[in-house]
Ligand binder design. Structure first.
Ligand code: CO
Ligand code: ZN
Length: 330
């Protein structure tokens, strides 16, 4: 099992509380003695200078989806809202963990609400093992955040865990920075570990304004179309990183999309083309930042995204690192 992937996925970091992830990343890259800064929203941005070369911004988001406590009843049960895209049927029966380590189980009011068509977040509650409101208040407060508890396990050449969206993208960016440090670069590299992606790609928006790049590539996950009776999507695990053509938030700038396709072909890296009907990435915010930035994205196919047990293929992850590294090096 890759220990860095494990640490990245198991570190607590819902939207706006990305500090723990930032600490993991800065510790991991510490030995390279690179320059980095943290902007006012919390984006962590590494710079690998290459004077005179165009600026390339790579972005992977640190935050994960979660829940926020909205109400605590007299018996100590908690009601909650979503922080990011949360499907009630993926929430039911799962464990959530708070910053202080408190664990809660998501349960449903009654069985008739538990069918797919009737299940809504307001029919769910969180049980933290408290017998009263007072006891619950010793562990949690209104406004506290919690995230899926989902351990990181390797099965075959695949990894299942909560928060692979987008800690696996953070992993790709970390490994890319390691691979290109000290080498002659085609671009001046800005490696951004962004905040607040899951509630509306907010971090990338201000982060890109601070960098003012000449082109940009987001590193994130995408959906899949290769499980039984799945919806139609031409993406499979294990067939390589997916070069984005379009998602719900953007059309990838053709020049960046083609740079990625040409590079993958030239280096013999297997890849797929991504046309995603729902969802988007940091790329959509970066593309329309300032006076506009040619922007694309590379996506790692991620089954069961936004659940406690997402799943990626390690071959796709390695392919993604190879592709980004190839763009940067001669
Ligand atoms: Co997401
Ligand atoms: Zn994501």
């Amino acid at each position: 099992m890759n220990e860095l992937i494990r640490t990245l996925t198991q570190t607590w970091g819902p939207t706006s509380y990305e500090q723990g992830i930032k600490d993991v990343i800065t510790r991991e890259l510490d030995g390279l003695q690179l320059e980095y800064r943290v902007d006012a929203l919390g984006n962590l941005i590494y710079c690998l200078p290459a004077p005179g070369k165009p600026k390339l911004l790579l972005s992977a988001h640190m935050d994960q989806i979660g829940i926020i406590i909205t109400h605590i009843d007299k018996d100590g049960f908690l009601r909650f809202g979503a922080v990011g895209g949360l499907d009630p049927y993926k929430v039911l029966g799962q464990r959530f963990v708070f910053a202080n380590g408190t664990i809660g189980v998501a349960a449903v009011e009654s069985k008739e609400h538990a069918t797919l068509e009737h299940l809504t977040l307001d029919k769910l509650f969180l049980d933290i093992g408290a017998a009263s409101r007072d006891e619950a208040l010793q562990r949690v407060a209104i406004g506290d955040f919690a995230v899926y508890s989902g351990e990181c396990t390797q099965i075959g050449n695949r990894v299942t865990s909560a928060a692979l969206d987008d800690r696996i993208g953070c992993y790709v960016l970390i490994e890319t920075v390691k691979a290109v440090t000290g080498k002659e670069l085609n671009y001046e590299l800005y490696g951004m570990f962004s905040v607040q992606e899951e509630i509306g790609i907010k971090g990338a928006k201000v982060g890109a304004w601070g960098v003012q790049p000449d082109l940009a590539i987001a590193l994130d996950v995408t959906a899949w179309g290769d499980t039984p009776e799945s919806y139609v999507l031409d993406i499979s695990l294990g067939k390589g990183p997916a070069i984005k053509v379009k998602d719900a938030g953007m059309v990838a700038t053709p020049v960046v999309r083609d740079l990625l396709i040409e590079t993958a072909r030239h280096r013999g890296i297997p890849f797929q083309l991504e046309v995603l009907q729902a969802g988007t990435t940091d790329a959509a915010a970066i593309q329309i930042n300032g006076s506009g930035v040619p922007t694309g994205a590379i996506s790692i196919p991620d089954r069961y995204v936004h659940s406690s047990s997402e799943m990626v293929d390690l071959g796709d992850v390695e392919g993604c690192i190879s592709l980004v590294t190839s763009v940067l090096l001669k």
